[in-house]
Design a protein around this ligand. Structure first.
Ligand code: LLP
Length: 420
């Protein structure tokens, strides 16, 4: 089974549902489909279990840390674990019922406080560097120790989301990683894992087997060199989703068939648990932004301003990422215009789409920005004094507010003001 990547038409074409969400909760609002989350999880998990002897699926919480959505995932897949990059993510993962055995902490330049928090949660830690491990050792030792290897060139949908190869801040090189394990062995550590994460938004199924091959080659030679056995090999996330009609969905059946062949090649018996920790794939296409057109301008070009911009939907500006923008209701049938779609932020970089052929948008129209479930709300800020948007979950006929829109007062709630 491969991912159903059709837009969420059951929600988008249900006019009373959409206008109901606008009336009850206003815009901009992040809207999620519980059914799509369930489909994404069970499809991926099924392909994983068919092809891998011994595997574990973790959700990378950084993609979207709304606890209700994480609960939906956990209900769909009770064995689901969580990959957490900070104490905040770890706290939420535990609160929604993630079991310690299924949670991993993968930090970066972790502070003593971060490490103390992870240690007290009793979860394995993927150390980004030898110095991360040394910082942790001062505080305490986790039972299982894993290091992140930088296996060489990475891959990602944009240069900014490649996380291996030259000039990346992550991981330990092949030349140095043996020293890291040796140090831990000298400290008496007996249980080990290996971690890697080479990039995000990858749509090429074959790449995953290729990457698995080079990482297992490193793993098995480390095992021989050091006389250790890895309990797990965590191959990271990176599973892409198509953002435009020309891209094909990732073939996860082929992907795991390929990865399965590689793991069988290296481990005939006693295979380490193969872990994957996708974020985007599980939630990306399950969410969209419901937004209103707040104004239009006819100039040398045609501008349509939305009530969400780079402040609360950053991907188009940060990576030049493409997201489909769908006018809803009667707007869908108007003649098309080449449109500069912008937000309300006082920066000329605030563009959600440039020169996009769209039905001529008018003030008051509703639009959906698709595939906004991952790294959407998660990267939103209050820049330009805009309270954070609401989040809503659609589950069959039930529409629930899962995060209240912030109020203007929330903008100053943690400020020491007035002073004295
Ligand atoms: N594991 C680790 C250690 C990671 O750093 C990441 C993502 C993941 C798992 C999940 O990767 P995914 O399956 O979602 O590709 N903000 C960017 C994506 C940055 C990803 C960073 N690390 C975007 O909007 O495309």
């Amino acid at each position: 089974m491969n991912q159903n990547t059709a837009p969420l038409t059951d929600i988008l074409e249900n006019e009373s549902l959409i206008t109901g969400i606008r009336r009850r909760f206003g815009t901009p609002t992040y809207v999620y489909s519980a059914d799509r989350i369930r489909e994404n999880i069970s499809g991926l998990r099924q392909n994983m279990t068919v092809h891998l002897q011994n595997s574990q699926l973790l959700y990378a919480v950084k993609a979207n840390m709304n606890p209700v959505l994480m609960q939906v995932m956990l209900d769909a897949e009770p064995e689901l674990g969580f990959d957490c990059s900070s104490p905040g993510e770890l706290k939420i993962a535990r609160e929604v019922g993630g079991k310690e055995a299924h949670i991993i902490f993968s930090g970066n330049y972790e502070s003593p406080e971060d490490l103390k928090y992870a240690l007290s949660a009793g979860v394995p830690i993927n150390f980004d560097d030898i110095t991360s491990y040394q910082r942790c050792r001062e505080i305490g030792m986790p039972e299982v120790i894993s290091f992140r290897v930088n296996p060489g060139e990475g891959k990602g949908a944009f240069p900014g989301i490649v996380t291996a190869g030259d000039d990346v801040k992550f991981g330990i090189s092949r030349e140095k990683i043996g020293d890291a394990y040796r140090m831990a062995m000298d400290d008496g550590v007996k249980q080990f894992g290996l971690h890697t994460m080479v990039g995000s938004g990858i749509l090429d199924a074959d790449y995953f087997a290729w990457n698995c091959d080079r990482v297992l080659e490193i793993a098995t030679s480390l095992e021989q060199e050091l006389g250790i056995h890895f309990e797990f090999i965590d191959l990271g996330g990176g599973f892409g989703i198509p953002y435009n009609e020309n891209e094909s969905p990732l073939n996860t059946e082929k992907l795991f068939a390929g990865v399965g062949e590689i793991t069988d090649k290296y481990y005939t018996a006693d295979s380490p648990t193969i872990i994957y920790e996708p974020g985007r794939y599980l939630i990306g296409d399950a969410g969209f932004v419901l937004t209103s057109v707040t104004g239009t301008k006819e100039d040398e070009q045609y501008y349509a301003g939305l009530d969400i911009g780079m402040n609360q939907f950053l991907r188009p500006v940060l990576y030049n990422a493409y997201h489909r923008i769908i006018p809803l209701g009667k707007a869908a049938h108007r003649e098309t215009r080449r449109t500069q779609v912008t937000g309300q932020v006082c920066e000329n970089t605030d563009r959600l789409a440039r020169d996009r052929a769209l039905p001529k948008l008018q003030t008051g129209d509703l639009c959906a920005i698709l595939d906004a479930g991952a790294y959407g709300f998660a990267m939103a800020s209050q820049y330009n004094g805009r309270p954070l948007p609401a989040e809503v979950l659609v589950d069959g006929d039930t529409v629930s507010l899962i995060r209240q829109r912030e109020s203007l007062d929330d903008l100053t709630k943690n400020v020491a003001y007035p002073l004295g």
